[in-house]
Design a protein around this ligand. Structure first.
Ligand SMILES: [Fe+2]
Length: 165
């Protein structure tokens, strides 16, 4: 088992969150399709594409770190598995799209948090490649968070508060 630095381990975690985001958005796309929310579907598809791109860029950097790739990707898969477990717990079979957006809000906030930590670590390590990756990814994650928050509010505004839950 290769020992990872905190920086490398955090890179593994954001990679895993990007993997999980593709799975989570897929789940919520399904819920949005069922409810005929085409505009939200296309927003989610864009997020999903950006999550795939993030995973790709992270994996490329992990692959360039001598002998660390396997351990970083193992960390990524472990993080993804935890996120999958959380999604299963939160989104039970009768979850609706608003539940899906609320879960996405937590997930995207988690991504913003992790990327912010990676920013500090990469800055302290003067790791230019990871810093450049963060410069690319953090604004995207911040936009994702704003987007799902906005989607949650939009869905909430069309709910009837007096209807049975
Ligand atoms: Fe995201």
């Amino acid at each position: 088992m290769t020992d990872l630095t905190k920086l490398e381990s955090k890179l593994g975690e954001v990679t895993g969150l990007a993997m999980a985001a593709q799975m989570t958005t897929q789940k919520v796309i399904g819920l949005a399709r069922k409810e005929g929310e085409d505009e939200l579907v296309s927003r989610l598809e864009q997020m999903q594409g950006e999550a795939a791109e993030t995973e790709y860029k992270c994996t490329k950097i992990a692959g360039s770190l001598d002998g660390k790739k396997t351990a970083i990707l193992a960390e990524a898969r472990a993080t993804k598995a935890k996120a999958a477990e959380m999604m299963k717990t939160y989104l039970d079979p009768d979850a609706d799209m608003l539940d899906g957006f609320e879960f996405l809000t937590m997930a995207e906030a988690g991504e913003v948090g992790h990327w912010s930590v990676l920013r500090q670590l990469s800055h302290k390590a003067s790791d230019a490649r990871i810093e450049a990756l963060v410069d690319w990814a953090l604004p995207i994650q911040t936009r994702h968070l704003a987007g799902v928050l906005d989607g949650s509010r939009q869905l909430a505004s069309s709910e009837d508060p007096s209807e049975p839950a």
